[in-house]
Structures are given as structure tokens and as C-alpha cells.
Design a protein around this ligand. Structure first.
Ligand code: SF4
Length: 292
């Protein structure tokens, strides 16, 4: 059975991060996906992740074209991406963090990657940043982007997701349990293989964890994700769920229950600062807290 289509729309399209947002905080989900509000800031950690992913994608794209690069090239490329992507929407959430220190962390991550995993890697790249899509029940569609799809020297299909987080994940749904397995399940359909490996590579830890996804595992993960997406789609109540993630929430300047300690207030301060000209420049009709 083909699981392609119907066409994804903002209403029926459920990415992994959309479902994750709903279960982490329904109010945040409502702000972002139902009211269509834009996050008021982007964390510097997210900026780090984007710049690192850009470099990894470039390294493999270059290899596919027969061009190899060393650790210095990768570090230089990282700095270029870091600086090109920097803008006034990026917030340093941890007040005592210096952006230049995180830039060094990023340069180190890509340099170590080139000397380690990349130097040893004999696999072939099938696709980079591949868009995956799957029809779910209830007229919903799963969409996402797989960082890298490849084949081992022995021809085994794999999907790998790169992580720049400080800590290693676990097997829970919104850590390692769902995302890469879902991407692998989608890829099984397009590549027509019987099974694939789904992996997470943790750049700060120089380690990759793999799980095997065969037809049965793919069916289980799709059905589980469908249940979660349908729950989010049918929800009528969107309570706030204050906690450690509030400091990184792009709506913490308008959320009545935001819990943001002073030492993690960089995002909230930037959000307030950025919303001031708009708030002063109109008669309240632009107030995102009243938009519906
Ligand atoms: S600030 Fe916290 S409670 Fe409020 S929407 Fe964001 S994550 Fe939820």
C-alpha cells in the first residue's frame, strides 16, 4: 500500500517536532501551530545545531562530488555558517554564556567529526536532507527531513540524525524512540528494502547508536506516531505546562505561566525587547496574546 499523499497542508501536516511540542506543552503548541504565531526568538543552541548540520551536509555533498576536506576546512566552513546565520533573533538564553565559546564548541565538533566518523566512513550517500512524507490515518500526513540516508559498504540502508545536544538520548518517544525510526520507516517505502538502520550520531560524544527497523517495527512506529498525532489534532484544551523548557520557549514573553529563572532569561528579555516597537506602534490589535 502506498502511503504517499494526501497533500500536506499547515492543518494536516504533523512533523515530529509538532507532535513533540504538543506533548511537552499544549499551550506552546497552540501558540505556534494553531494561532500561527512566530517564536519571538531562536536560541543560540538552535543556531549551533543549524550551523553544524550545514557543515556535515556540505562535507558529504562534497565527497559525493569527489572532493575531500580536512578538519581545518570544516572548522572554517563552520565559522562561515555561524557568522552568516547570526541575526538579531538569536538569543543567548543562559545569561553567563559567551557566544564565542559556543562557536568554539561548534568548530571542535565538526573538526572531531572529520577526523573520526567522516575519515572512517566508507558508506555511500543516497540523499542529504531528504524530505520524507507518510500518510497517516484521519487524513493526517507525517513530514520531516532526514539528515542523511546512505548505504553501508555491504549495501545496508541506513538513516542517520545528527545531534548536537549535551546529553545522550534515551529510548523515550521524544528522544530516540520515534524520530529516526520514523524516517527509516518512510525510507523503507521509497527504497523498497526489507529493513534499515536508524541511527543517532551525538557529535559532542563521538558516538552513534543504531536500531534496526524492519517491516514490523516500521508498522509499530507509524501506528504509535499516528496515535500521538491524532491526539494532538483532536485536542480542545491547551493548558500551559511550565518547566525547564520555558526559558527556551519563544512565547515566554506572552505566556502567563512562563517559569523563567533570572540566569536563563536571555530569550525572554530579547522577546520583550523585540515586541516593544510593535506594541507601542499600534492600538493593541497586533497584540499576539489576543490574536485568534
Ligand atoms: S512559557 Fe512554558 S508554559 Fe508557557 S507556553 Fe512556553 S513552554 Fe508552555
Amino acid at each position: 500500500m502506498s502511503r504517499q499523499g494526501p497533500r500536506p497542508t499547515p492543518r494536516n501536516q504533523f512533523s515530529f517536532s509538532r507532535v513533540k511540542t504538543f506533548f511537552q506543552c499544549p499551550a506552546r503548541y497552540r501558540f505556534r501551530y494553531l494561532k500561527g504565531m512566530k517564536d519571538a526568538f531562536r536560541s543560540i543552541e538552535s543556531h549551533l545545531g543549524t550551523a553544524v548540520h550545514d557543515v556535515l551536509e556540505w562535507l558529504y555533498a562534497e565527497r559525493r562530488e569527489g572532493r575531500e576536506h580536512d578538519r581545518d576546512d570544516a572548522a572554517e566552513r563552520f565559522t562561515e555558517r555561524w557568522r552568516a546565520g547570526w541575526n538579531d533573533e538569536i538569543a543567548v538564553v543562559r545569561i553567563d554564556q559567551r557566544p564565542e565559546d559556543l562557536e568554539v564548541v561548534g568548530r571542535d565538533m565538526v573538526s572531531r567529526f572529520v577526523d573520526g566518523v567522516f575519515a572512517r566512513d566508507r558508506s555511500a550517500t543516497v540523499a542529504l536532507e531528504r524530505r520524507v512524507q507518510l500518510r497517516l490515518d484521519d487524513g493526517l500526513v507525517f513530514t520531516g527531513f532526514a539528515d542523511r540516508v546512505g548505504r553501508t559498504e555491504g549495501g545496508r540502508l541506513f538513516v542517520v540524525d545528527y545531534k548536537t545536544s549535551k546529553s545522550l538520548g534515551d529510548t523515550s518517544d521524544f528522544s530516540e524512540g520515534l524520530q529516526a525510526p520514523l524516517y527509516a520507516a518512510c525510507t523503507l517505502e521509497t527504497e523498497a528494502d526489507g529493513s534499515a538502520l536508524a541511527g543517532y550520531h551525538y557529535l559532542r560524544h563521538d558516538t552513534t547508536r543504531w536500531q534496526q527497523i524492519d517491516g514490523d517495527a516500521a508498522a509499530r512506529v507509524i501506528s504509535h506516531f499516528t496515535r500521538l498525532a491524532v491526539t494532538a489534532d483532536r485536542a480542545t484544551d491547551f493548558p500551559t505546562r511550565p518547566g525547564p523548557l520555558c526559558a527556551w520557549c519563544g512565547f515566554n514573553h506572552v505566556c502567563p505561566d512562563a517559569r523563567v529563572p533570572d540566569h536563563l532569561a536571555g530569550g525572554r528579555r530579547l522577546a520583550i525587547e523585540r515586541s516593544l516597537p510593535r506594541a507601542l506602534g499600534d492600538d493593541g490589535r497586533g497584540d499576539p496574546t489576543t490574536a485568534d
